[in-house]
Design a binder for this molecule. Sequence first.
Ligand code: IPE
Ligand code: IPE
Ligand code: MG
Length: 243
Amino acid sequence: MDVRHIAIIMDGNGRWAQAKGLPRVKGHEAGAQNVRRIMKAAKQAGVKFLTLYAFSVENWNRPKLEVEALMRLLKHFLSEYENEFHESKIRLRIMGRKSDLPEKILKEVERVEEATAAYSDYTLIIALSYGGRVELVNAAKKLAERVESGELKSSEIDESTFVSELYLPDVPDPDLIIRTSGEFRVSNFLLWQCAYSEFYITPICWPDFDENELEKALESFASRDRRFGGLKNIRGSVTSDKK
Ligand code: IPE
Ligand code: IPE
Ligand code: MG
């Protein structure tokens, strides 16, 4: 069974550091380094889109020092990884409320997005200042504006018009959503897109989630019976009258 898109809630940096008697920021540093390992491993496994939840809209409520450290790490991440994006032909995209980001970081992010825009085999999506509810409200607002301007009739609104106003309308929904560090919740991640995603939750904290752990997640995914509300036929594909 193909996994085209994996999305990961990279949780547990703080607990990883705490368990080692280190400050939380050290956990975030180790977490940022781990991105490289998983970015490569997912590519090797044939995945086309990897979405990483790096910072939620709610994460702005953390102590100022931690938020500042995370923003610094992000800037560092961009300059450290840029060569690799080019060497391995990785497209970088950001999803989230970009206007929340400090000006310098936003510029940097947009520059790297532009510089890698032509790579089409593998896309790394960083969810940054991302909130699923914000994304949905935003889409509703944009549709309302289009109706107000007369460009769109309310009767024309369907799932595909709605999707067209989400952050990355051209990206397929995640097949598999992984959450590290054991929490069984979605924390405002990809609320629209997760409708038929398979979930995999592991107690391993994000900095320790290595290639083997990814392999385990993929094995678990391979054993799932994805039905999409239909019935499974003998060959394992979903049956429906719709062709
Ligand atoms: C995930 O690790 C990274 C971010 C949310 C930015 P946490 O910082 O949430 O780590 P825990 O959950 O406190 O262990
Ligand atoms: C989810 O982790 C967000 C990211 C991994 C960026 P949180 O640590 O913020 O989620 P909660 O607070 O445990 O739900
Ligand atoms: Mg957390």
